[in-house]
Each structure stands twice: as structure tokens, then as C-alpha cells.
Design a protein around this ligand. Structure first.
Ligand code: SF4
Length: 313
């Protein structure tokens, strides 16, 4: 398995953990979605894979990349993991680039200084990568500054940079959320193409369940640091089992559905909200007394699993 996260718990001083016993896998050539509201812990999972958590964070469980335990790695192995095996694509391409450095510098500096490649080779690779991500006239792009490129072109540059070291695993953290709809579609098509061509595994993080269902092979739904439902993407969309997943789908506009949008009532819990039972109980229309006091365990349902007392035999 390319990525294996096993019972990962991350605590950082709140009354509840940021992540609680999260387990998931990503295989080669597979796109796995991670969906949830802000503060659900999605990005903490991505940062755990690169061991980029705050020093005060207390971490337990295991994160294995190509069989190597990230949490036990020494400095050199960690550098290799971050510089070549795993690449991260962030939400806003403009924040990933230095506005006073040319695109060519952005693409080649990491290859030269981190990967130790000769400058001429790094430049040739940068040209190849820009062509691979569909940029016209790569020579001219290398000489340009970020402000001279559109958001879509910048995201292509960021994807090219993420591919520079030949990673096995891409972490796309809200990689299309800051883009307009047409640029988002272009970027998704690009990500899918490079992922398929290179046989990469991808952890695709988004707050948009419809997008995840359309783009990913499998989807995990995260709530308050806990995975509440995991299932093949198409099945999740067609037949959600957990009340939170059902709520997420019901509150997304759908032109083909004449029913009014039904928001999930209430707010997601903060890190200072502790609970003994189901974390979704304060917002769940089906909650009972048992939900307040007993934490539900994942129950196999359809082709996946969901953690809800309603599904227990
Ligand atoms: Fe709702 Fe209870 Fe299921 Fe939680 S366990 S989602 S509160 S019915």
C-alpha cells in the first residue's frame, strides 16, 4: 500500500483531539477523497503524512508511506519523503509562489538545491513539466512572474512543481477551491490526467461532497476529527448511510432536485467541545439518548462503513 494511516490520533491541547483514531489507505493509481467542513481535521491528516504538525501536538498511531513509518523517521529520511516521495498541492496557487521570483526560478530552485540536480538539467525538466501540464510556450513561461499568469495557469505551474521530483503520492489540499468554475474543471482534468499517466496515488481533500463523489474512487467523510463514513464514491453519492453525509448532500444546490436546500442545523464542534457519545448528536435529526452517551463504532454498510447507532444490527 502506498499510504496507510492507522488509528491516527492528534491532540493539541483542546478538550477533544483534532483527529481521533483515523484509519485510511491510498493505493497506487487510486484517488481517495477526504470530505468535511472547516475544522474537521482534513488538513491535519495531510500534514501528518508529511509530519508537519506543531511541536506541541501529541501524535499516536502510525502513518506508513511505501511501508516506512513517517512518525519514526530520522531527519534524512524525512527530507527524502518531503522532497521526493510525497508532494502537496495547496489551495491558493498565488500563496505557493514568491511574487518577485520568476516561474523558472520557482520550478528549478527546488530541483537544484534540494534534489541536487545540475541547473541545465533542472531547466530542461521544468520545460518538460510545463509542457506536460499543458502550458503553451514553456520557454516564455519560465521568464514570467506570477502576476503575469492567470489563476489557472498558476495552478498548472504548482502542479508541475509538485511533479518535479517524481513523487508517488500527491496530497491535494483544497487544490481547486480558490479557482473559478471553468479553471476548476481544467485543473481537475489535469490532475486526473497526470495521476493516471504516472500511476500516482492521490489524497484529494475538499469540503465539496459532490466534487469528491465525481472525482474520487473512494471517499471518507470526516466530522470533528473522526471518519464517520467511508465508501466507494459513486455509492456514497447514490446511497449515503450516515446522517451527516445525508445532510451534506441535502444542503448542496442541485438543479435537478426541486426540493429546497436543507442546511445542516447548528455548527461543527470546536476543539473545546468534548463529547462521550456521537460527535454529530447535537445536530443530528435522529439522535437519541444513547447517541449522547455511547460513541458509535463503524458498521459495515453496503460497500463501505458508517459510524452510526442507527445502522447497528
Ligand atoms: Fe445521529 Fe445517533 Fe447516528 Fe450519531 S449515532 S449520526 S447522533 S443517529
Amino acid at each position: 500500500m502506498l499510504l496507510s494511516v492507522e488509528e491516527l490520533t492528534v491532540e493539541a491541547g483542546g478538550r477533544r483531539p483534532i483527529l481521533r483514531e483515523v484509519s485510511l489507505t491510498v493505493g497506487r493509481g487510486e484517488i481517495v477523497g477526504l470530505v468535511g467542513e472547516s475544522g474537521s481535521g482534513k488538513s491535519t491528516i495531510a500534514r501528518s503524512v508529511l509530519r508537519l504538525l506543531p511541536q506541541r501536538a501529541r501524535v499516536s498511531g502510525r502513518v506508513l508511506v511505501e511501508g516506512d513509518d513517517v512518525l519514526a523517521m530520522g531527519p534524512e529520511a524525512l527530507r527524502g519523503l518531503r522532497s521526493s516521495t510525497v508532494s502537496m498541492i495547496y489551495q491558493d496557487p498565488r500563496s505557493s509562489l514568491n511574487p518577485v521570483r520568476r516561474i523558472g526560478d520557482f520550478l528549478t530552485e527546488r530541483m537544484v538545491h534540494t534534489l541536487g540536480r545540475p541547473k541545465a538539467q533542472a531547466r530542461a525538466t521544468a520545460l518538460e513539466l510545463l509542457a506536460a501540464v499543458g502550458m503553451r510556450d514553456p520557454e516564455a513561461r519560465l521568464r514570467q512572474y506570477p502576476h503575469e499568469l492567470s489563476g489557472g495557469m498558476l495552478q498548472r505551474v504548482v502542479v508541475a512543481a509538485a511533479l518535479a521530483a517524481g513523487p508517488s503520492l500527491l496530497l491535494a489540499d483544497e487544490a481547486t477551491s480558490a479557482l473559478d468554475v471553468t479553471t476548476q474543471a481544467e485543473t481537475l482534468a489535469l490532475l486526473r490526467r497526470v495521476q493516471a499517466e504516472r500511476g500516482l496515488g492521490m489524497l484529494f481533500i475538499t469540503h465539496d461532497l459532490h466534487l469528491a463523489a465525481a472525482f474520487c474512487d473512494r471517499v471518507h467523510v470526516l466530522y470533528a476529527g473522526t471518519i464517520v463514513e467511508s465508501r466507494p464514491a459513486k455509492e456514497l453519492f447514490a446511497d449515503p448511510r450516515h446522517p451527516y453525509t445525508q445532510g451534506l448532500l441535502a444542503c448542496t444546490p442541485d438543479l435537478g432536485d426541486p426540493r429546497p436546500i436543507r442546511p445542516v442545523p447548528g455548527r461543527p464542534p470546536s476543539l473545546d467541545d468534548a463529547f462521550d457519545g456521537c460527535p454529530f448528536a447535537p445536530r443530528c435529526p435522529h439522535a437519541t439518548g444513547r447517541c449522547e452517551s455511547a460513541r458509535p463504532e463503524p458498521v459495515t454498510a453496503g460497500g463501505g462503513a458508517a459510524a452510526c447507532h442507527l445502522l447497528e444490527p
